[in-house]
Design a binder for this molecule. Structure first.
Ligand code: MN
Length: 295
């Protein structure tokens, strides 16, 4: 075991479990007191795995976002996204949904009809990426990139898919606004992967089995924020899934309140008032909404 000064791991993060209702648990890894963000990644929820009985499913009613992009990636199941731009899109394992909220968007996330009727399992990750200051108020957009369009590297017993950004000499099709990367890895027993030092801020999340990072153990369900400036070897002695992500440091701090992210506290207050007054655009065909939480 390395001593602390020489450790590849700067911070170890234990998630907090949140029950979103109906037994649907998420493990929230970011923000955390030890790591308010990693590169532009300001929020990280590990959803499930959860099994829904026939007739049950996810119903995240319409709610607003500003100042961020949401990134959804599934390992199992399906989620139907609808938004105030008129987008209607089912996401399935290996696809990426990237929604740029910019100056404001409203979306809902629900289990598609067929999966709800049959019963199904859901397992995935939802991340929020803070937009750079000069892009916080851009026009909202929604992009879906199917699994077949994402770059893949397979070597040394590890299958790695580039979900977002640039890494390993590859570039994902998702349009991003700052230097970043997000890799989804599946290790076979004995698999090993070298994560280069190219980004100043990086983290590793072990989804379902322990990993070794330069010989130090990262237990399943924990996140390691890596020390800057050195490549690390990530290894698994049993089959394991993990994600690696990070980027250049954010251009200043961000305020987070509910579903809003901004460099300006006043802008967050404006978004709260806009939601209370129903000044956001609506999702065609949807009338429900999540009220602003009590203070
Ligand atoms: Mn949302």
């Amino acid at each position: 075991m390395n001593d602390a000064a020489n450790s590849a791991i700067a911070h170890l993060i234990d998630g907090r479990l949140h029950d979103l209702g109906d037994g649907f648990n998420v493990r929230r890894m970011l923000p955390h007191i030890q790591a308010r963000h990693v590169g532009p990644f300001v929020f990280f929820d590990h959803m499930g795995p959860v099994s829904f009985a026939p007739g049950r499913g996810i119903d995240v009613r319409p709610h607003p976002h500003i100042g961020l992009a949401t990134v959804t990636y599934l390992f199992d199941g399906a989620i139907r996204h609808r938004d105030s731009l008129g987008s209607v899109q089912d996401i399935r394992p290996g696809d990426v949904n990237w929604m740029t909220a910019g100056r404001g968007i409203v979306h809902s996330e629900r289990t598609p009809d067929a999966e709800r009727a049959a019963g199904h399992a859901v397992h995935g990750i939802q991340i929020w990426v803070a937009l750079p200051r000069d892009a916080e108020e851009i026009t909202p957009e929604f992009h879906h990139h199917p699994v077949s369009t994402l770059p893949v590297v397979e070597r040394d017993g590890v299958h790695v898919r580039l979900v977002v950004g640039e890494a390993l000499g590859l570039r994902a099709p998702v349009r991003v606004f700052a230097p970043m990367f997000y890799l989804a890895a599946e290790f076979s027993a004995g698999g090993r992967f070298i994560l280069p030092a190219e980004y100043a801020e990086r983290a590793v999340y072990a989804l379902d089995a322990d990993l070794s990072i330069d010989g130090e153990t990262l237990s399943a369900g924990r996140m390691a924020v890596l020390a800057a400036g050195r490549e690390v070897e990530i290894a698994a002695s049993a089959p394991a899934r993990a994600v690696f992500f990070g980027g250049a440091p954010l251009d200043g701090e961000r305020h987070l309140y509910w579903n809003f992210v901004s460099s300006s506290r006043a802008r967050i207050e404006q978004a709260k008032q806009d939601w209370i007054a129903q000044r956001f655009a609506q999702i065609p065909g949807e009338t429900e909404f999540i009220p602003l939480p009590a203070q």
